[in-house]
Design a protein around this ligand. Structure first.
Ligand code: NIG
Ligand code: FE
Length: 413
């Protein structure tokens, strides 16, 4: 099938054949290259060609779509989610309003342990169907590639169940999905007094089985005071590498915990959260290939300090944004809303937030060769917006859905 999209008000994030922007960093984040009044041709699910309307092809297509007044962008790449979960946690939301902190709720057996109890009671099939509904919802909001973590099993069978659900989502979805093993998300209750026992269970049982069944692409650890220490994180990441799982870790959400440094030292693909980032963390990221991934949706929902995005960008580093979609700290996988929060609270510009969830989001999932920009030969995963004037209107129109149509592999979903 060859689809010709015409009269695009502005086609964003375009790249020439010879360009290869694998990551956008520092000052370059302020620019999203575009073509006004453009056309785009897809063929067999890929971007075949594009250009200004003066040169619109007269033939060589099967169907046309006139999108007068609308913008076209590559779909969002959401590189950090916990989309597979069994139940909402609105009770804890109310507890927090009344003054309990996220850590206090976790310490009394709520939080991640609450999610684990519910997940371990639910059948794999039911978990799959609930998760599929969430996946379809975020695709409709423009997400065209996603990473999903385990971490609510916290036992051998529970972690494997989650990863099998993610595999089934991969098999039955047209979007790219990356799976991450996050067995080291919290210590289960039965290991409260035997933390070493749980780490051994991950190292000796869970990790080998996950690797053997090819269930995960990446290895995550919640490196944080009260959760997994820097030393434990390092042991777990080294073990993950032995099984071919690259690190992608939760770091510096609640404290200056050394998480960023241990991630960089262990060649993490990304270090995620980063509410607590100062000069030492920035210095360790400079010159590394580790992507700083900011999750301001979680900071918003927990009412904690925001990530210092400006400081990171001004240091010449890239910034990636992701939703952190999960039942505790961010029950929303809505990328347009995330972009509004990043603009208003992190003081990122509309161009910076779009770079952060397209090219940089793709890089944080190693999908930069096939997704993240409008380039000939990349997948035709496209967002067609509602009629609007500029890119800035997307984060400006907060709480509303800017997306009219989503194309995945050239097909409207
Ligand atoms: O990224 N911080 C750790 N993990 C998740 C939250 C998990 C939960 O509360 O269920 C996060 O915020
Ligand atoms: Fe997370």
């Amino acid at each position: 099938m060859r689809l010709l999209i015409t009269n695009i008000k502005e086609l964003y994030q375009v790249e020439g054949n010879d360009e290869n922007r694998l990551v956008v960093a520092g000052r370059n984040m302020a620019v999203v290259p575009s073509i006004a009044n453009a056309w785009l041709l897809t063929e067999s699910g890929l971007i075949k060609d594009f250009g200004p309307m003066e040169n619109v092809p007269a033939d060589g297509f099967d169907e046309t779509m006139d999108v007068t007044g609308r913008l076209v962008l590559p779909t969002w790449c959401d590189s950090h989610t916990h989309l597979v979960f069994a139940a909402p946690r609105d009770g804890e939301f109310v507890d927090r309003i009344r003054g309990l902190s996220y850590e206090a709720i976790a310490a009394k057996g709520g939080g991640i342990l609450n999610s684990a109890a519910k997940l371990n009671e639910m059948s794999e099939n039911e978990l799959y169907h609930q998760s599929l509904v969430r996946l379809h919802k975020v695709i409709a909001q423009g997400t065209g590639a996603i990473e999903i973590k385990s971490g609510y099993g916290l036992c051998e069978e529970g972690e494997l169940k989650m990863l099998r659900v993610i595999r089934k989502l991969k098999e039955n979805s047209t979007i790219d999905i990356k799976a991450t093993l996050l067995a080291a998300h919290a210590y289960p209750l039965e290991y409260k007094e035997n933390k070493e026992g749980y780490i051994k269970l991950i190292l000796d049982k869970i990790l080998p089985r996950v690797a053997d069944e090819g269930l995960a692409d990446y290895m995550d650890v919640f490196c944080e005071e009260g959760f997994f220490s820097v030393a434990d994180t390092e042991r777990l990441l080294e073990a993950g590498w032995k099984y071919g799982l690259k690190p992608k870790i939760h770091a510096n959400q609640l404290h200056y915990s050394g998480g960023v440094q241990v991630g960089v030292k262990n060649k993490a693909l990304s270090v995620d959260h980063l509410e607590c980032v100062g000069d030492a963390e920035i210095a360790s990221l400079i010159g590394s290939n580790t992507m700083p991934v900011l999750l301001p949706g979680a900071a918003f929902f927990l009412g904690i300090q925001y990530q210092p995005a400006r400081k990171i960008i001004d240091a010449g580093l890239p910034v990636c944004l992701a939703t952190d979609y999960n039942p505790g700290s961010c029950p929303s996988g809505n990328v347009p809303l995330l972009l509004s929060i990043a603009c208003t609270q992190l003081k990122m510009t509309p161009e910076e937030v779009v770079n952060a969830v397209t090219i940089n989001g793709a890089a944080a999932m190693e999908l930069q060769d096939t997704l993240g920009s409008i380039k000939r030969g990349k997948k035709a995963n496209l967002i067609i917006t509602r009629p609007m004037s500029t890119l800035a209107y997307i984060p400006y129109d907060y709480g509303n859905n800017p997306v009219d149509k989503v194309l995945i592999n050239g097909v409207v979903v």
